[in-house]
Design a binder for this molecule. Structure first.
Ligand code: PRX
Length: 568
C-alpha cells in the first residue's frame, strides 16, 4: 500500500509550491542542496540517524549518521576552499562507489562549486574530453584511478588540483597532487555554506548524443524541488525506510535519487560497492532489511536469469516498494517480480536532461505491465508528430515524447553549447528524443529512441564517440557503430570496420581493438562484436549510413535506401 495518497488526489490542484513549502523555501531564498541533505536534517532532530550504510568488497562496512555526513561535507568543503577552489568552479568526482564519493558530493555543493560526477570506469579519452569541456579545476579521485589522470594532465591546463582520498603512505605525490584522508582531517563544526540561489549551478552530468562529443547537462540548486517531491511520492520514502538505489552516481539516477532525493528527506540509504551477482544483491537486501529498492531493467533481467533458486535462500520480506529506470522495463520483468518478490517493479521514465522523474507508475495506481505509467503531477507531457511537432489528438499513435518546459529540475543548458540546448525545443515543447504512444487512460508506452544513441544496460553510448576512438587504432580505416540486440543489456555496441592496407582481419586483431576501446573509453563503450567489411554503406556524398547496418542487426526492412541519401 502506498503511504502518500492517490494519483488522482495529487494531480488535482498540483503546484510545485507543495514541495517548496515542505522544504521551507521561498522565492529568492538561499537554497543549497548540500545543506538540505545534511545540516537541515540534523536541525530537524535526526543528527544521530543513519544516513549511509556502506559495504565494500570482503564485507567491509562503514556507517555514517546525518551528523557525520554534515561534518564530512564541511571538512571536504574547507579542504577545497583552502586549495583556492571557489563557487562555480567545476570539481570532478572520479571514484568508485566509496563513501568519499557521497561525502564529497555534499562538500563541493556546500562551497557553491559545481559537482561533475564521472563514472570511474571511464578510460583516458572519455575522462579527458569531459574534463576539458567543463574546464574542470579540481578532481577528487582514488589511487587506483590516478594513472588515468596523470596520463592526460598535460592536456588539461585548467586542472589545478588532484585530490587523492586514499593515499595512506608517505610515497611522494606528483605536481598538483594532494592527499585528503578524511579519517585524519579534524572535523569542521563551523562552516559558512556558500549562499547559492535557485539558479546557481549544482551538478554537471555528461550525456551522450548521436553526433559530436558528450554534452554537459547543467543543473541548478532549485532542481531539489523536483527531486525531493518525486522521491517522496514515486519512491514513496517514509521516515523508517531503508533505501537502496543501485545506480552509480556517475550517472544521473545515482545523484538525483542516490543522494539528493533520499538525503533531503532524511532517509537512511545503503550502498553496495561490489560487482553484480544475484546472491550478493539478495544478501545485501536481507542484511540491511532494505524496504525500498530502485534499480534498472538490465539488473532485473540478470536476476531473472539467475532464476528463483537464489531468491529462496534469502529472507527478502523487508521489501515493500520496487522501482526501475533507464531502459524499457519489459512486461515479463514486471510479472516476474510480482511472482518472486510479491510486488511489481514500477517503471519510471526520465533523463539526465530532465533531472527528475517525468513519467511514472505512481504507487497505488493500476499497473499495466510494459507501460511507463503516467505523467508525474505538474508535468505536462504529450506525443507530438515528428514533422509538425504538434500534439496528436488520437490515442495510440506513435510520435515523439514532448514535455512543456518549466519543471524545477529541467536542465538549464548544455555546458558551453546553448545552441544544442535550443535545438531540443520545437513548437514550445522540449523533445526528449524518444518515441512512444499514449493510450486512452493516459499511460505512456515506450517504442524506442529517435536517434542512433545506444542504450546498453541503461547507459547511453554515443556511436560517434566509439567511431572516433576506433579511427585512432592503427589498423582501422573506417568505422560505423550501431546497437546490436542483447538478451540482458537490451542493446550492446557493435562496430563495423574496414582495415588499412597491410592489416589482416583476425580474431586476435578483433580482441586487440576491443581492448583498445575499453581502455580509451570504457567497458560499456567496448564493442561486443566487430565485423570486418570490405567497404561501408555510404551515401553518394560519402556519409556512412548507419541505418542500413542497424536494420541488418535488428532484422528490419531497410526500405528504400535512395531516401536515405545524405540524411544521416
Ligand atoms: O531513451 C530513454 C531511456 O534512457 C534515456 C535517458 O538516459 P539518461 O539520460 O542516461 O538517463 C537515464 C536515467 C534517468 C531516455 O531518453 N529511458 C530512461 N528511462 C526509461 C527509458 N526508456 C524506456 N523506459 C524507461 N523507463
Amino acid at each position: 500500500m502506498s503511504n502518500i495518497g492517490s494519483y488522482e488526489d495529487k494531480i488535482k490542484n498540483f503546484d510545485w509550491s507543495i514541495s517548496e513549502k515542505e522544504l521551507n523555501y521561498q522565492d529568492g531564498n538561499i537554497i543549497n542542496i548540500g545543506w538540505y541533505c545534511s545540516d537541515r536534517i540534523c536541525q530537524m532532530g535526526k543528527a544521530d540517524k543513519l544516513a549511509l550504510q556502506w559495504e565494500g568488497f570482503g564485507g567491509v562496512e562503514k556507517k555514517y549518521t546525518f551528523n557525520d555526513i554534515r561534518l564530512a561535507g564541511n571538512t571536504i568543503g574547507t579542504f577545497l576552499r583552502n586549495l583556492g577552489v571557489k563557487n562555480e568552479d567545476r570539481v570532478c568526482l572520479f571514484m568508485d562507489r566509496i563513501p568519499e564519493l557521497y561525502l564529497s558530493f555534499l562538500g563541493v555543493l556546500k562551497i557553491g562549486a559545481v559537482v561533475q560526477p564521472l563514472f570511474s570506469a571511464f578510460g583516458d579519452e572519455s575522462l579527458h574530453v569531459r574534463l576539458e569541456n567543463a574546464q574542470t579545476r579540481a578532481i577528487i579521485t582514488q589511487k587506483k584511478h590516478l594513472s588515468k589522470v596523470r596520463r592526460i594532465l598535460d592536456k588539461l591546463p585548467s586542472l589545478e588540483h588532484i585530490i587523492i582520498v586514499d593515499h595512506y603512505t608517505s610515497k611522494p605525490l606528483q605536481d598538483k597532487e594532494v592527499s585528503l584522508n578524511l579519517e585524519k582531517e579534524p572535523p569542521v563544526e563551523e562552516f559558512n555554506i556558500f549562499p547559492t540561489k535557485a539558479e546557481s549551478p549544482s551538478v554537471l552530468h555528461y550525456t551522450s548524443g548521436t553526433t559530436g562529443q558528450p554534452k554537459g547537462v547543467k543543473h541548478v540548486h532549485y532542481s531539489l524541488i523536483s527531486q525531493y517531491l518525486t522521491t517522496k511520492w514515486v519512491l514513496d520514502l517514509q521516515d523508517n525506510d531503508i533505501y537502496w538505489c543501485t545506480a552509480d552516481p556517475g550517472w544521473v539516477t545515482g545523484t538525483s535519487y542516490g543522494i539528493i532525493g533520499p538525503w533531503s528527506l532524511g532517509i537512511t540509504q545503503c550502498v553496495l560497492n561490489t560487482g553484480f551477482s544475484a546472491e550478493a544483491w539478495y544478501k545485501f537486501i536481507e542484511k540491511y532489511r532494505i524496504t525500498v529498492w530502485y534499480s534498472a531493467p538490465t539488473a532485473i533481467r540478470s536476476l531473472m536469469k539467475a532464476g528463483q533458486e537464489p531468491v529462496r535462500n534469502f529472507n527478502l520480506s523487508s521489501l515493500r516498494h520496487l522501482a526501475s529506470v533507464g531502459e524499457p522495463l519489459n512486461a515479463e520483468a514486471v510479472i516476474w517480480s510480482e511472482k518472486v518478490f510479491g510486488i511489481p517493479f514500477l517503471d519510471t521514465y526520465w533523463q539526465t536532461e530532465t533531472g527528475s522523474i517525468m513519467i511514472t507508475n505512481f504507487p497505488g495506481m493500476k499497473v499495466k505491465p510494459g507501460s511507463m505509467g503516467k505523467s508525474f503531477p505538474g508535468i505536462i507531457s504529450t506525443i507530438v508528430d515528428a514533422k509538425t511537432f504538434k500534439p496528436y489528438n488520437e490515442y495510440g499513435k506513435i510520435g515523439l515524447i514532448a514535455f512543456k518546459p518549466g519543471w524545477p529540475a529541467m536542465m538549464r543548458t548544455y555546458w558551453n553549447n546553448d545552441k544544442m540546448f535550443q535545438r531540443k525545443f520545437k513548437n514550445g515543447w522540449y523533445l526528449a528524443g524518444d518515441r512512444a504512444s499514449i493510450d486512452k487512460e493516459d499511460y505512456f508506452w515506450f517504442i524506442g529512441r529517435d536517434d542512433d544513441v545506444i542504450n546498453t544496460g541503461g547507459h547511453l553510448v554515443s556511436p560517434f564517440e566509439v567511431e572516433s576512438a576506433l579511427l585512432e587504432h592503427e589498423a582501422v580505416s573506417e568505422s560505423a557503430v550501431v546497437a546490436k540486440p542483447d538478451e540482458v543489456n537490451m542493446e550492446v555496441v557493435k562496430a563495423f570496420i574496414t582495415l588499412k592496407p597491410g592489416y589482416e582481419a583476425s580474431d586476435d586483431l578483433e580482441l586487440k581493438i576491443m581492448n583498445f576501446i575499453r581502455k580509451k573509453l570504457s567497458p560499456l563503450a567496448m564493442p561486443q562484436e566487430i565485423e570486418y567489411m570490405d567497404s561501408l554503406p555510404k551515401t553518394r556524398s560519402g556519409k556512412i549510413m548507419r541505418r542500413i547496418l542497424h536494420a541488418q542487426e535488428w532484422g528490419e526492412e531497410i526500405g528504400d535506401t535512395s531516401t536515405l541519401e545524405d540524411e544521416e
